[in-house]
Design a protein around this ligand. Structure first.
Ligand SMILES: [Zn+2]
Length: 420
């Protein structure tokens, strides 16, 4: 019976399609893009980047279906995809898996648009194909004790950490110079290891009133608009971090490679669209954060910051070594925000509780914690992609890659592949 249904579905699908239109998995890819664009009319954050063919946009614009009908269509398309024969080629298998998982996430997100509430872990499992570990309070407490010793003195520890950060704020009038130099270095280091099309380029804008600290808006044709939020003072460490994360070898390099390798190289139209609430974001955010470590390994991060960026920012480097130790220790708290998001979105934390947790376990100021909770409100379980994604990408890259050239090669292959 099942075989018969499959045969009928395939026969029906091929009977309905004139021969000059894409067929098989290419047809699924086209329909996926149209559904994603149509979903974007009901959820303004759904489509993060799009630079595909105009005829697909026209099809989506003419699609008047509501979220419930689009969700049914996504479900049906996923079933149909499962009936298609697939070759043994690893790349073809990865492509099918990509479309399958992206469609699954679309079904879930459209359900959320329709008002369905999911527990935090179920939401992240369905949208990002990943679940963050439970918080390790003992590890956080050990890190807090170590940090306490690095910032001695009276007052709450978070305030002392904030006071240390404030010695390393980039003056607003030097932001453009410092960020320009940082991203140029990230780019040089990346281009030495990964080949990108010659016309790849970006611009940086400084903006305000956003729930994020930086954003990459990919426009296609190898161009990114990178925005940096200046609502709160920007510490020197953000220069390399955002230069790598939003630029090279992070989001900009990832998008450029997806475009040149998969969208143009293979003619795979699904890669002309980036659906934000999807497993692709685990790879995007994870690789963007891991990109900092691969571009500035070992002591190179602090060496470049202290020798080049701090003087450019006009900062006193006398305390730089102590600041370095503090930031290394703070890294051990960098997944503590997941627990705040989980408890807040699952309803066991009020907004005030979430801010308090973030101040206690991530040692940020109340203002920065409040900005973080704004992020939870808008992007929900997306928060896990940054740290869990980084850890997963790190394990994937470093397993079987012992040298820097091997790690870069594996990293470049990941960025230019449909792997989730
Ligand atoms: Zn990002």
């Amino acid at each position: 019976m099942r075989v018969l249904v499959v045969v009928l579905l395939v026969a029906l699908a091929s009977a309905c399609r004139p021969t000059d239109l894409p067929s098989g998995i290419d047809a699924v890819a086209h329909d996926y893009v149209v559904l994603a664009l149509a979903a974007g009319r009901h959820d303004p954050d759904f489509v993060d980047a799009w630079y595909g063919p105009d005829d697909l946009k026209a099809r989506a614009d003419a699609d008047t279906r509501g979220p419930a009908e689009l969700r049914e269509a996504a479900r049906a398309l996923r079933v149909y995809l499962g009936t298609l024969p697939v070759s043994d080629e690893p790349l073809d298998q990865l492509r099918r898996r990509y479309l399958d998982r992206q469609l699954g996430a679309m079904v879930t997100r459209l359900g959320m648009v329709l008002g369905e509430a999911l527990p935090f872990d179920e939401e992240t499992a369905r949208l990002y194909d990943a679940v963050a570990p439970q918080p390790d309070i003992e590890r956080y407490e050990r890190a807090l004790a170590e940090i306490e010793a690095l910032v001695p003195g009276p007052g709450p520890i978070a305030e002392r950490v904030e006071a240390m950060h404030r010695r390393f704020v980039i003056p607003p009038e030097r932001l453009a110079t410092v960020f320009g130099r940082a991203i140029a270095e990230c780019r040089t280091r990346t281009l030495a290891r990964i080949e990108l099309p010659e016309h790849e380029r970006f611009t940086i804008e400084f903006v305000t009133d956003k729930p994020w600290s930086g954003y990459n808006w990919y426009h296609g044709d190898a161009y990114s608009l990178i925005q940096i939020n200046t609502d709160l003072p920007i510490f020197i460490g953000r220069a390399i971090d955002l230069g790598c994360h939003e630029g090279y070898p992070g989001h900009h390099a990832y998008n450029v490679l997806l475009e040149s390798e998969l969208a143009q190289g293979n003619g795979w139209v699904e890669f002309t669209l980036y659906a934000l609430f999807s497993p692709q974001s685990l790879v995007a955010e994870g690789s963007a954060n891991y990109g900092i470590d691969i571009a500035f390994p070992d002591g190179e991060y602090y060496a470049f910051e202290e020798q080049v960026l701090m003087p450019l920012a006009g900062l006193d480097t006398a305390e730089a070594v102590r600041y370095r130790a503090l930031r290394e220790a703070l890294k051990r708290l960098d997944d503590a925000g997941n627990a705040a998001a989980r408890r807040y979105l699952d309803g066991s934390f009020s907004r005030a509780d979430a801010v308090e947790w973030l101040v206690r376990y991530t040692l940020v100021s109340p203002e920065r914690a409040a900005q973080r909770v704004d992020f939870f409100d808008k992007y929900r379980g997306y928060v896990i992609n940054y740290n869990l994604g980084r850890d997963m990408v790190r394990r994937y890259i470093e397993c079987g890659a012992d040298s820097a050239p091997q790690r870069w090669q594996r990293f470049a292959e990941l960025l230019g592949s449909p792997r989730l």
